[in-house]
Write a protein that binds this ligand. Structure first.
Ligand code: UT7
Length: 337
């Protein structure tokens, strides 16, 4: 019994914003952003688009890939919907997963969200895989979706140039393929980690129960991201390499067996530093940060979908996901396609 990924999907909002366009309203420039992060552009959700709108489109794309022309019927076969997000449509509840369940008409599915920031998809994949591995559940829709541009401080050039909006999705199924031994398939290892001592380094300060907005309060700044970029950078490089090593050790393989690494992409330099520490060529990583910037929980599933649709990924290939982000959280999955 294996937990395999049957199909993937993605959605990027229409509006693409280049570094040059951003530089018209923020004191920055294309050269700084590219040289410090590798980012060239990002996509912005429209004012009337919330996270569930992006997540729904990605889900439909994955369902269409699974069952062309029959996405609505395929939605009925879902037993579970898990959405990784840090930017829910609503404060606390309802979950984005419930909104998706309704829009898809997935009346047979349980639905909940996972809050693990940029590592969210890695966590959600493992949570869904675990839940499919016992009981009657057979099929799950796992989504990573975020609209960070609506919680960005546009006066903080150290963070506002880094983010974009997107959603990615994967459909998981418990199949009869082996999960152990030769010919094994599916999600074969997951490592989930947290370093809660770093919680204050990357957070949204206002609006939660620790520091709620009060009746009658004049709000100078809406809820927005605060990030200690240097601290998160240092954490990320170590987290990245630790996860890669632990996944390999747990599986008892070396990196040459892994065809591609699908990393969280917050800054190209973090991936380059990890590649250097591991003695790997940068080609080992599937990168798209130049086009999309950091889309938080969406980065890994969007990259996975793009990579899967290149046609390069063949049945039996081993791929690795690696994520890190707010919490602080970090983790990865090893998947036999
Ligand atoms: O997915 C969530 C996890 N997030 C991350 O992993 C992000 C991790 N951190 C980073 O990627 C990097 O720390 C940043 C990209 C956020 C910052 O890069 P940095 O090389 O550490 O820059 P810095 O903050 O040390 O700033 C260097 C200089 C400063 O000027 P001075 O003080 O040297 O004169 C900044 O004011 O660059 C300036 N600067 C900018 N200049 C033009 C900062 N942001 C910008 C900007 N445009 N957007």
């Amino acid at each position: 019994m294996a937990i395999e990924i049957l199909a993937t999907g993605r959605y990027l909002p229409e509006r693409r914003v280049t570094n040059d366009e951003l530089a018209k309203t923020v004191e920055t420039n294309d050269e700084w952003i590219r040289s410090h992060t590798g980012i060239g552009s990002r996509h912005f959700a429209s004012p009337d688009q919330a996270t569930s709108d992006l997540a729904y489109e990605a889900a439909m794309d994955a369902l269409e890939s699974l069952a062309p022309g029959k996405a609505a019927e395929a939605a009925l076969t879902l037993d579970l919907i898990v959405v990784a997000t840090g930017t829910s449509d609503y404060y606390g509840f309802p979950s984005v997963a419930c909104l998706i369940q309704d829009r898809l008409g997935a009346v047979n599915a349980g639905a909940f969200d996972v809050a693990a920031a940029c590592t969210g998809f890695v966590y959600a994949l493992d949570a869904a895989a675990g839940m499919l591995s016992f009981g009657r559940r057979k099929r799950a829709l796992v989504i990573g979706a975020d609209v960070l541009t609506k919680i960005t401080n546009w006066e903080d050039r150290g963070t506002c140039v880094l983010f974009g909006d997107a959603a990615g999705a994967a459909i998981l199924e418990r199949t009869d393929a082996p999960a152990e031994g030769p010919g094994k398939r599916g999600i074969i290892q997951s490592v989930l980690k947290a370093q809660g001592s770093g919680a204050q380094e990357l957070k949204c300060e206002r609006g939660g129960t620790r520091n709620p907005y009060k009746d009658g309060e004049t709000i100078e700044k809406a809820t927005h991201i605060y990030m200690n970029g240097r601290a998160v950078y240092t954490f990320a490089v170590k987290a990245f390499t630790d996860i890669m090593q632990e996944l390999l050790d747990r599986e008892g393989i070396t990196m040459d067996r892994v065809k591609k690494i699908i990393p969280h992409q917050a800054n190209e330099r973090i991936v380059q530093a990890a590649a250097k520490r591991f003695g790997l060529s940068e080609d080992k990583f599937f990168m798209n940060i130049e086009k999309y910037a950091n889309t938080s929980a969406a980065t890994i599933p969007v990259a996975l979908d793009e990579y899967a649709k290149t046609g390069e990924l063949k049945k039996g290939d081993i791929i690795m996901t690696v994520g890190f982000g707010g919490g602080l959280t970090y983790g990865g999955n090893l998947i036999v396609w």
